[in-house]
Design a protein around this ligand. Sequence first.
Ligand code: MGD
Ligand code: MGD
Ligand code: SF4
Ligand code: MO
Length: 759
Amino acid sequence: MSVSETPWQQTACILCSRNCGLTVQIENGQFTRIRGDDDHPLTKGYICQKAARLAHYQHHGDRLQHPLRREPDGRFVRVSWDDALTDIAARLVALREKHGGRSFAFLGGGGQGNHLGGAYSGQLRAAMKSHNAYNSLGQEKTGDFWLNGRLFGRQTCHTTEDVEHADFVLFIGCNPFQAHGIPNARDTLKHLQKDPARTMVLVDPRRTETARYADIHLQLKPGTDAYLMSAMLAIIVREGLHDRDFIARHCAGFDAVEKALLDIPVEDYVRRADVALADVEKVARGFATAKSACVRIDLGIQHTLHTTLNGYLEKLLYLVTGNFGIKGGNNLHTMFLPILGHTDERRPRIKRTAYHRMFPIAGILPPNILPDEILKAGDARIRSVFVDSCNPLLTWPDTAAYREAFASLDLMVVVDVAMTETARMAHYVLPAASQFEKWEATGFNLEFPSNAFHLRQPLLPPAHECLPEPEIYTRLLEKMDAIPKAFPWLARIARREPAAGAHLGYMAAFAALLVRQRKLLPFAPSILYRTLGPTLPDGAAAAAPLLPLSMLYAQKYPAEVRRAGHAGNRLTLGTALFRAILASRSGTLISTHEFRDMWTLMGTTDRRVRLEIPEMLDELAALRDEVPPGADFPFILMAGERRSYNANQIYRDPAWRKVDPHGALRLHPEDAAALGLVDGEQAVCTSSRDSLTVVVEIDDSVRRGVVTLPHGYGFRYQDSAPVGPELNRLTDAAHCDPLSRTPYHKYVPVHIRKPEVAL
Ligand SMILES: Nc1nc2c(c(=O)[nH]1)N[C@H]1C(S)=C(S)[C@@H](COP(=O)(O)OP(=O)(O)OC[C@H]3O[C@@H](n4cnc5c(=O)[nH]c(N)nc54)[C@H](O)[C@@H]3O)O[C@H]1N2
Ligand SMILES: Nc1nc2c(c(=O)[nH]1)N[C@H]1C(S)=C(S)[C@@H](COP(=O)(O)OP(=O)(O)OC[C@H]3O[C@@H](n4cnc5c(=O)[nH]c(N)nc54)[C@H](O)[C@@H]3O)O[C@H]1N2
Ligand code: SF4
Ligand SMILES: [Mo]
């Protein structure tokens, strides 16, 4: 078949939370052409330069082919699936019987685009009776989720920002040009720049690619956002620019907040941030008086000093100015896959960890504490971990601590598509089918007012002996006797139900089973997979758990689901939604809200926002006397920049990069001159934990005294020496937000020197 005859097939990019729709041609098992999919309901054909190189994810020298077991001498030997899963199941059950569920932890559960497997892997924790779920959201976003719980009533009340329609956009600590995170980022930035009636402000210590599109760039000192934002809020309330009517109608607790803000010494705080007062006033006034304004933030405030407080102040900016629940403002949104839970630490039932006594947020524990929970918790320690879709040895803070902790485990299993640094430490490594070899979906459906869901079809058969996660976890649960091997009665009902029956007979029988045998409830996904799954069209068995999720979604938002184009009555609307999801190859709209109905998504009983959070007001008051950490170190390292050729740990083969092969250290020219360093030369970067040899790139986009290194390097590709910086050898687990325990990766105090100069 010639390229022109090869069919175009729909899928999505899996490199960032946007999951842009793609249409691709495949020949002889290889991607030959990759384009944006114009039919994707949200991304509408948009892609960035990283998607074109997806062949480097699908095929590379580290792809796993067979289940592997590590021998006592460290070699990996090939084993059968059956032997691997039988032994793992027996060892897990024995650990649970002897040491209880607390001795087990699940790490990861989904990367940027693979969340369907999470529905299945979550069952393993239930089978182990364990509360320990650690994932990468617990090292960036949990402070935000905690605030959502306090402000909006539930930690599942996640917010989004309508950058596309806002008259005034405030980007704080994010670089959408490179990192995306907002719809069709580069187009959206261009539109903002071109429209003289709209204003865009960037708050970032570096003059980033996004800064080129900004009307005002506040190039603040790293780690001073809490000072800057509280000064902006103080200006707003002092000048009476807050929205009194909105606050009276929708909020509670403003008086305490107002009092705290009126106390802020604006000039002093702006000086600490090292920006011009006139600019800050202009931004505060512009934001507060715009017809619509929104704030978009990301790691720049979540990976720096005062993470959770920063989140509070950022949210206050749009709340006190009434830019919440409006077009062009910040909004709550629906979620289709339940990727977040609600675990308010004030509830007595919430289990804390043995060593740090840390509570989960949105169901998630922070990676910063895990090595201690493995190494220091005595009899209550974690003794076995299952790792899926993450690479903690490179990505979680303090590599040395992780190395020691993982080496001490009784059982470590890794499920991945690649032989990662973490996998090399496991007792068993299980090869997953890639995201183009199985049914897959993202749970990052974070849109408002219209939300969409994209169930992706497999484009290729699983390579070698790889299996999709639904099959891996279901087999494991069967071997652990968590679920019976078969449900002949339920499977028969599924098979016999005519398509026109809209699965109602099946769902009634399924519900009856779970009422009769409540202990099966946590294993609903695998039961659906084994019984309903085989009857679904095109082999989409893995999508079976989407049936109850669709029904639940339609029950919660019937008018909105209909507005998105789905038809049905109270009983059949959910199954119609499910069928539409199964049939649409480019993704489908699942709901369309009216802005005024956003308030129905609130989690507080009276649907009011609870502005007063005592923990945050205490931390705000303490800012005044604070001395920033790291005074003994001349530089602040931002450890983990997003650049044009990094994409988390997803592309392992260094050949994918067109530029920046070493993941260079960006250093201001005057700092370089003072250190006697020239462009392209090696330097040594030393933190309180360790040293890395890096390559210098002289770059005046950073402030003096600030250096940056990229995220997404440090791989030992095909057992090579690490390619680029192994960032987390430098980071210290204790250097983190006191409340959420998320790391201060963008504020790592370091020394920089020439290799031959001793410290
Ligand atoms: N190209 C690429 N894109 C990605 C990824 C990738 O690896 N590569 N990863 C994805 C993931 S998982 C995530 S979470 C997102 C993250 O996306 P972003 O958070 O947007 O990306 P970063 O470059 O980590 O950080 C954003 C900005 O924070 C600034 N910053 C550093 N310190 C401070 C500070 O103290 N205050 C303020 N205001 N700003 C500061 C940095 O200069 C940087 O420009 O990107 C996603 N997109
Ligand atoms: N110092 C520092 N550290 C950081 C950051 C930083 O800025 N600075 N950024 C942090 C952030 S925001 C994040 S989100 C994390 C990201 O780090 P991680 O959570 O570790 O996740 P990814 O880098 O996305 O790696 C995903 C893994 O999933 C595997 N994978 C891909 N597809 C599949 C699949 O279909 N099934 C399975 N089972 N596996 C698959 C890939 O091979 C890879 O090993 O890193 C964090 N670490
Ligand atoms: S990396 Fe992100 S923005 Fe770029 S194409 Fe992939 S999903 Fe879209
Ligand atoms: Mo992330």
